[in-house]
Design a protein around this ligand. Structure first.
Ligand code: MG
Length: 164
């Protein structure tokens, strides 16, 4: 069986006047994340894990932040493009496990919604998408509430031979 593992990580600073998007879900909060796209750190970590698993570099190569097309881009659309490309290479997602690091807001009320959305984007059952949320115990930029970080590990399996 041809299995591939990938790992992705991302961090964005909080900023006023931005919507907080996590896993393709809008989370009610007084601040959002700053970035070239919608700054969805979780989707960026997931995308990087998938790109890494197929050995295709990183999200910055695929979607340069110097490219005006990706300004305020919906990261769910970027992830959909990543999924299309890994499928074209013959791979499907087996499961993924992700961690969101943030001091605020408390994410427990939104975990199920994020899990459902991510599973939908990936086209896999919800029980194959695990989302954890942690604080940084008031240490570092995350702990001071200045930033939110995400990490993801993903397992892919080759489901068919690559199209010629
Ligand atoms: Mg990012």
């Amino acid at each position: 069986m041809d299995l591939r593992i990938g790992f992705g990580t991302d961090i964005h600073p909080f900023a006023k006047g931005r919507a907080l998007r996590l896993g393709g879900v809008t989370i009610p909060f007084e601040r959002g994340l700053a970035g070239h796209s919608d700054a969805d750190a979780l989707l960026h970590a997931v995308a990087d894990a998938l790109i890494g698993a197929v050995g295709e570099g990183d999200i910055g190569v695929w979607f340069p932040d110097t490219d005006a097309r990706y300004r305020n881009a919906d990261s769910a659309k970027l992830l959909a493009e990543v999924i299309r490309r890994i499928r074209r290479k013959g791979y499907g997602v087996v499961n993924l496990d992700a961690v969101i690091h943030t001091e605020k807001p408390k994410l427990a009320p939104y975990r199920a919604a994020i899990q459902k959305r991510l599973a939908g984007l990936l086209g896999i059952p919800k029980d194959r998408v695990n989302i954890k949320a942690k604080t940084a115990e008031k240490m570092d930029a995350v702990g001071r509430g200045e930033a939110l970080a995400a990490q993801c590990v993903a397992l892919l399996r080759k489901t068919r031979q690559r199209k010629a």
